[in-house]
Each structure stands twice: as structure tokens, then as C-alpha cells.
Design a protein around this ligand. Structure first.
Ligand code: ADP
Ligand code: GN1
Ligand code: MG
Length: 370
């Protein structure tokens, strides 16, 4: 019922973008956890999104970031002789010229051209795809290395401030608004035992040992479109969180999702581990994609980026579970708890494989700088 109503609202929203020709009814699309995404088919295909207003409280500032970044990328793609319709998102303005349409319920809708002949994966199916995604995410960072960072709004303040997120988690345990804490004591203990993980990277940033760069901050495999014929990562999407951040976070977030042997919400934890072969492939691709721009400290901290991002994500899922599932979309009871458990299983597995992970990074960096 809820979904039906939303679809009807999507159908209303699309009328406000001044598109010509006949359009099919918007169809729910993709597996994002944050926005409501629809495919709209006409002579051309479009992606219509209702932006999550609880999470993105300043949608116009967010769209300013996205139009700024995509115009900047479009320029570079054009100069390099690339295909601007496929290698970057294109925002289609609403009929009043604004980057969004606001409906009568106060929701903001935006429209993009669909990236054609491309797919996004929820799991690594062919290992080469993971390598290609690493090249593309690394390259994305390189392309934005001269973007005026000061012009970017912080769309979610403290997005990867893991230490602050740890405090929020502790409050959620204390407040226990849904009475769920008693059933997740093991997960709470796991998280609390690792308080130092939460501050590891923040301290290096604060002391100037890690540089602030323009980063994507949400480098899940399904946030990149891969060419369906060549398998190349052609377009980085989901630009809501492009902000100044740490390169090792972008690396780490991709590992936590793509180098896992199981889905993010797998219930059988015996299937969940960090695949070191995939870790190695991604490391190679990312270093190459960044084009030698990473500092020695950044390279040394890649394994830590993977552990911190996985820990942070598990902690965010657990916090959301404790707070009554108000942030991430869920599709079943206990979904956020299942997701938290896979992340914590991965953290524990990375801890066991720590030396090997460090060795892999050293070997890859050596080959790359030779
Ligand atoms: P969320 O923030 O909810 O994750 P995304 O912007 O990542 O939303 O979109 C969800 C999914 O929709 C993506 O994983 C991708 O499969 C698809 N998608 C989004 N934008 C486009 C686009 N311009 N072209 C093709 N597919 C897209
Ligand atoms: C969300 O938007 P999406 O589904 O690509 C989240 C990420 C989490 C991820 C976990 C804005 O990503 O931070 O790592 O879920 N995005 C936001 O799957 O919070
Ligand atoms: Mg997404």
C-alpha cells in the first residue's frame, strides 16, 4: 500500500520535469538503502529519486554539490574525448529550472539520465569486475584531486567520524528506546571492546599524518555502473556523500562490501569472511586508479581503512537496530541486526588475517611504485 502510494507520487513528480513524449509508469529500481529510486521509460530512460529527507536535511546544498562535481567531471571527460552521457551522472532540472522538484508533502525529487548499457552489482560475480571497480573509484578520486574542496557542503556532518559515531552508539545502548539491548549483548560487547578502532584514523587526520581529500565516502560496489560489454567501471554514482574525507575510507568501504564472501545481510555467518584474493585485487586496482597520488601513510593505512569502515558500518547498523530502524531501509524484521552481525564477523576475520593484509598492501605498493 505504502509502495503503491509512493509510486503514484513518483508518477506525479515526473510530470514536473518538462519531459516530452510518452512515459511509462515509474518502476522501483535498484537496491540502495537510502533514497527511493525509480526507472522511468520513454524515448529515453531516466532515473527518478525521492531524496531521503530525514537524512539529507539540506537537499538544495546537496544538489549544489552534485551539480558542481558532475559539471567538473563532465569538463574533464569531454577534454579526454570520453562519453559525457555515460561517464558521469547528468542532473535534469525540473521545469522551473531548479535541480529538484518539491512535492506537496515537502519531499524532494531529482532526475538523472539513466546510464545505459551498464549494470551495478550487489555482489562480486566475476573477480575482474571488482578490480575494475577499484580502478574506477581510484580514478574518481584522482579526477577530483583538484576540485575546490572548500566549495563542498558537508551533506551529513561527521559522516565518517567514527569516534562520534561510537558516542552515538553508546547513547543508543543507554537509551534503549525499543528495549532491544538485552537481546544483543554480545554485539554490544564486541563494539565496546573496540573503542580504540573508532579513533584510529581520526587521530591521524587531526595530527596531519593523513591528508583530507575530496572523496566519495560510499564506495559500495552497487554505487558504480559497469559497462555491460567491456566490464569497465564507467560511472561512479550515488554522489550524495561526496565531501572532504579520507582516501583510506573509500578504499575500506569498498572492501567491507565487495571483498566479503557473503552478502551484507547474510544470516548464515559461517559463510562470511574477508576474501584476501579479492582484497589484493582491489588494492592493486585502487592504487593504480589513484595514479600514484596516495602518500606512504595512506598506503600503510589501507588495511586499517578496511577494518574501520567495516567496524563503523556494523556499529551504524546496530545503532539503527537499537533506535528502531529509522535510518537504513529494512525489508524484514531484524534486518539491521543481521547486517551488523556480518560486519562484526568480517572485523573479527580481518583481525585474524591482519598480518597477511598488511603484507598484501606492501607487496602491491612495491610493485606499483617500481
Ligand atoms: P541510494 O542512495 O539509495 O543507494 P543510489 O543513487 O545508489 O541510491 O541508487 C540506487 C541504485 O539505482 C544504484 O545502485 C543503481 O543500481 C541505480 N541507479 C542510480 N542512478 C542510476 C543511473 N543514473 N543510471 C543507472 N542506474 C542508476
Ligand atoms: C548506505 O546509499 P547506499 O545504500 O549506497 C549508506 C552507506 C552505508 C551503506 C551500507 C548515505 O549506502 O554509508 O555504508 O548503506 N549511505 C548513507 O550498505 O548513509
Ligand atoms: Mg547507493
Amino acid at each position: 500500500m505504502e509502495d503503491k502510494k509512493l509510486q503514484e507520487r513518483a508518477q506525479e513528480a515526473i510530470k514536473h520535469f518538462g519531459l516530452s513524449g510518452e512515459l511509462g509508469a515509474p518502476k522501483p529500481w535498484g537496491n540502495g538503502h537510502i533514497n527511493d529510486t525509480f526507472l522511468v521509460e520513454g524515448e529515453t530512460r531516466y532515473i527518478l529519486q525521492r531524496m531521503n529527507k530525514n537524512i539529507f536535511t539540506k537537499p538544495l546544498e546537496l544538489m549544489e554539490n552534485i551539480t558542481g562535481v558532475t559539471s567538473f567531471l563532465r569538463d574533464k571527460i569531454q577534454k579526454a574525448g570520453g562519453d559525457v552521457m555515460r561517464e558521469t551522472l547528468t542532473v535534469i532540472p525540473a521545469e522551473d529550472g531548479s535541480s529538484v522538484y518539491q512535492d506537496d508533502q515537502g519531499d524532494f525529487w531529482r532526475l538523472y539520465y539513466m546510464i545505459e548499457d551498464a549494470v551495478s552489482y550487489d555482489r562480486v560475480e566475476k573477480e575482474q569486475d571488482f578490480y575494475e571497480s577499484a580502478l574506477a573509484f581510484g580514478n574518481f578520486q584522482q579526477l577530483l584531486s583538484d576540485y575546490p574542496a572548500e566549495s563542498l557542503h558537508e551533506t551529513i556532518p561527521g559522516f565518517h567520524d567514527t569516534k562520534a559515531r561510537f558516542q552515538v552508539f553508546c547513547q543508543a545502548v543507554e537509551q534503549d528506546v525499543c528495549g532491544r539491548a538485552k537481546d544483543v549483548q554480545e554485539e554490544i560487547r564486541f563494539c565496546k571492546e573496540r573503542e580504540e578502532v573508532a579513533s584510529a584514523l581520526g587521530e591521524l587526520l587531526a595530527s596531519g599524518k593523513l591528508p583530507l581529500r575530496v572523496t566519495h565516502n560510499d564506495t559500495k560496489l552497487n554505487n558504480i555502473m559497469m559497462d555491460k560489454d567491456t566490464g569497465k567501471g564507467i560511472c561512479v554514482i550515488d554522489l550524495d556523500t561526496v565531501m572532504p574525507g579520507l582516501a583510506v575510507h573509500d578504499f575500506g568501504d569498498a572492501i567491507r562490501f565487495g571483498a566479503s564472501t557473503a552478502a551484507e545481510d547474510e544470516q548464515d555467518l559461517s559463510k562470511v569472511s574477508c576474501d584476501l584474493h579479492l582484497f589484493e585485487l582491489y588494492t592493486k586496482g585502487f592504487l593504480e586508479g589513484c595514479g600514484g597520488k596516495l602518500t606512504e601513510m595512506e598506503i600503510a593505512m589501507l588495511p586499517m581503512g578496511a577494518k574501520v569502515m567495516t567496524f563503523e558500518c556494523g556499529m551504524r547498523f546496530l545503532t539503527d537496530y537499537l533506535q528502531g530502524d529509522t535510518y537504513f531501509k529494512i525489508h524484514r524484521e531484524g534486518h539491521n541486526l543481521d547486517r551488523c552481525r556480518t560486519q562484526f564477523k568480517l572485523v573479527a576475520d580481518m583481525e585474524k588475517k591482519w598480518q597477511e593484509m598488511e603484507q598484501i598492501v606492501k607487496d602491491c605498493a612495491g610493485v606499483f611504485t617500481k
